[in-house]
Design a protein around this ligand. Structure first.
Ligand code: PMP
Length: 359
């Protein structure tokens, strides 16, 4: 008997779906360091703005602004560009999908480094594009490929899951080596020292993606932002869903962007806990990849195995991210939490490794 599955497109049938980090049920008592969310709640201004909409319930009958204009205006002011150079998405994940739908015909190449964000190949296959995976390093140096036939290149900077940033010189070179569009996925740029926004005026084939899911503590609202030339944004705008951001998301995201002081405080806390965790783990023998993000990628010293430490931490109620990918299975990606959460992680890790307090 037919199950109906034979009618599913071949690309979809043959692919594995994206596998997101585990999201425990609300109320579960776990320390959640597995999906790079903010350790802090969003700015109180976000809650105020959303509550105001909820208090005026007749407003909820109405469709939201299809163009997310107010949100885009604030985003443009912060980025130092025109509102016509900004697109708002239902998470930057939606913006990735819009980019693929806008630029990629069936069989055209979409390139990216491995390791980087594991959603890129999934979305490319759904679109029917051809995945071109490139190594991050060649002869121990960052690879600077020259690509004539990739229509899109997704460059994650800072890199996830390793945490280092590409320089703007690298990005400039990459954009000119490419006969297509360079998408710089800056999901973690608020934690970094440099970002690509200054290149926007200079490079026609550049798209920059940001998200409010990390530094702004708003992963639940699903808001991403894209920056590019007005000419490119005009095309992308045609491809998105008409009401891609709901009213609460638009209002909440705008309030978050308007509270830049709160962003600076959050980033300062995360960066200081990141450096503290990195140095404690180094002291007990871990190799820690230098990070410009809100997570660190760490490799335990021999004879400890990342998979075993991951399981031990999970048993103790601490979720971190383990990737079975052959390039990453030696390590763990740990999101930066509050000071307390980092203390608990350190204590549990030392227990698992049977290390007494070194101090
Ligand atoms: N890009 C990268 C590199 C990410 O790590 C993530 C979050 N997993 C995203 C994009 C997607 O973020 P959003 O929540 O805005 O969809």
């Amino acid at each position: 008997m037919s199950s109906g599955v034979e009618y599913v497109r071949r690309e979809v049938r043959q692919m594995a779906g994206y596998s997101p980090g585990h999201q425990p049920l609300p109320g579960s008592k776990v320390i959640k360091l597995n999906t790079n969310e903010s350790p802090l709640p969003p700015s109180p201004a976000v809650v105020q703005a959303i509550s105001k909409v909820l208090a005026d319930s007749p407003l909820l009958r109405r469709y939201p602004d299809p163009q997310s204009m107010e949100l885009r205006r604030v985003a443009a002011a912060i980025a130092g560009c025109r509102v016509e150079q900004v697109i708002a998405g239902n998470g930057s994940d939606e913006l990735l999908r819009i980019l693929l739908d806008t630029f990629i015909e069936e069989g055209e190449k979409v390139a990216f480094f491995s390791p980087s964000y594991s959603l890129y190949p999934v979305l490319t296959k759904i679109r029917g594009g051809a995945v071109q995976v490139l190594p991050l390093f060649q002869d121990g140096l960052l690879y600077q490929p020259r690509l004539d036939d990739a229509k899109l290149f997704f460059l994650t900077t800072p890199n996830a899951p390793l945490g280092f940033s590409f320089t703007n010189d690298y990005i400039r070179q990459m954009a000119s080596n490419l006969n297509g569009i360079l998408v710089v996925d800056e999901a973690y740029a608020d934690f970094a020292q440099e970002n690509a926004l200054p290149l926007l005026a200079e490079l026609e084939n550049l798209v920059i993606l940001r998200t409010l899911s990390k530094s702004y503590g708003l992963a639940s609202l699903r808001v991403g932002l894209g920056f590019a030339s007005a000419a490119l944004i005009e095309q992308l705008e045609k491809v998105r869903d008409s009401y891609n951001l709901d009213r609460l998301a638009q209002v909440g995201a705008r309030a978050a962007l308007e509270d830049q002081e709160y962003l600076r405080e959050t980033v300062a806390l995360v960066v200081s806990e990141r450096e503290r965790l990195a140095s404690v783990l180094q002291e007990i023998g871990f190799t820690v990849a230098p990070s410009q993000t809100n997570f660190i990628f760490v490799t335990p010293p021999s004879p400890y195995k990342a998979a075993e430490l991951y399981a031990g931490l999970e048993k103790a109620g601490i979720l971190v991210r383990y990737f079975s990918d052959p390039q990453l299975f030696h390590g763990l990606r740990i999101s930066i939490g509050t000071r307390d959460e980092m203390d608990q992680l350190i204590m549990t890790m030392k227990n698992l490794m049977q290390i007494g307090d070194l101090k």
